[in-house]
Design a protein around this ligand. Structure first.
Ligand code: SAH
Length: 242
C-alpha cells in the first residue's frame, strides 16, 4: 500500500517537475543568471507566457536559446532577444499603456506586452502573413493572455507593419521584430512623446536601436547591440526568400 501511495504521490509530481511550465521557468531563471532578465515584471511575464505554446509543434527544444523557423521565411526570436526587448520597453509597458508590435510573428511578445499593460491597456500586433496572424491568435488562445483577446485590449492584424497601425496611435511602446533598412517615418510619427521604440536597423549588419521620443517631440537614438533579424520587407520579397 505504501508503495502504491508513493507511486501515486510521486508519479504526478515527477511528471509535473519535468512539465512544460517548469522548463519555461528554468529558461527564465537561466536568462536571469546571465543578467538579461533583470526586472520582476519581465521575469513574471516570461514565466506566465509559456514559450512552448508559440513555437511550431514539431520544434524539439522550444526553450533553447536560439531563433527557430516558424515557416514563411520567418523565425521566432531567441529567448534572450525577447527578454532584452521586454527589459528595454518595461517602463513603457506599464498597466494602462498602449503598445504596437510590428512583425508580431508567433504572437509571443504581443502576448507578453498585453499581460504587462493589462486589460486597461491596449496592444496591437501587425503581421503581413495572414497564416501567421491566425497562428499567433491560436497560440495566444492557449496561453494565459487569452482573456485579453476577447476585450479591446489585444488584437492582431494582417497588414504592412511599415505603416504602423495609425487607428490606435500614439503608442507608449513600439517593438519591431524584423530589421528595417531605416526607421520607418510612420512608426516615428505614431510614437507618443515619452514613448520608446525598439527596432533592429540594417541589412547585413544590423543594430538594435532604442529610439526615444522626448517630451518636446525630438528624437534620441542609441545602439543597444548588434543583432541578426529577418528583414522588414514586402510580403512578396519575403515569400520569395528576399
Ligand atoms: N517577434 C516575432 C518575430 C517574428 S520574425 C516573434 O518572435 O515571433 C519577423 C516577422 O516580421 C515575421 O513574422 C515576418 O512575417 C514579419 N514581417 C516582415 N516584414 C513585415 C512587414 N512589412 N509588415 C508586417 N510584418 C512583417
Amino acid at each position: 500500500m505504501e508503495v502504491l501511495r508513493s507511486i501515486f504521490n510521486c508519479g504526478p509530481r515527477r511528471l509535473w517537475t519535468s512539465g512544460s511550465s517548469d522548463k519555461n521557468k528554468a529558461m527564465v531563471e537561466q536568462l536571469e543568471r546571465y543578467g538579461i532578465v533583470q526586472s520582476k515584471r519581465v521575469k513574471e511575464v516570461m514565466e506566465a507566457i509559456d514559450r512552448a505554446l508559440f513555437v511550431p509543434a514539431e520544434t524539439r527544444s522550444p526553450y533553447y536559446d536560439s531563433p527557430m523557423p516558424i515557416g514563411y521565411n520567418a523565425t521566432i526570436s531567441a529567448p534572450h532577444m525577447h527578454a532584452t526587448c521586454l527589459e528595454l520597453l518595461e517602463k513603457n509597458l506599464q498597466p494602462g499603456m498602449r503598445a504596437l508590435d510590428v512583425g508580431s510573428g508567433t504572437g509571443y511578445l504581443t502576448a507578453c506586452f498585453a499581460m504587462m499593460v493589462g486589460p486597461q491597456g491596449c496592444v496591437v500586433g501587425v503581421e503581413h502573413i495572414p497564416d501567421l496572424v491566425s497562428f499567433s491568435i491560436d497560440n495566444i488562445k492557449k496561453s494565459v493572455a487569452e482573456p485579453l483577446l476577447n476585450g479591446d485590449s489585444l488584437s492582431i492584424h494582417a497588414a504592412d507593419g511599415r505603416q504602423g497601425w495609425p487607428e490606435l496611435a500614439p503608442y507608449d511602446a513600439i517593438h519591431v521584430g524584423a530589421a528595417a533598412p531605416e526607421i520607418p517615418q510612420p512608426l516615428l510619427d505614431q510614437l507618443k512623446p515619452g514613448g520608446r521604440m525598439v527596432i533592429p536597423v540594417g541589412t547585413v549588419f544590423q543594430e538594435l536601436k532604442v529610439v526615444d521620443k522626448n517630451l518636446d517631440g525630438s528624437i534620441s537614438v542609441r545602439d543597444e547591440t548588434s543583432v541578426r533579424y529577418v528583414p522588414l520587407t514586402s510580403k512578396a520579397a519575403q515569400l520569395n526568400a528576399y
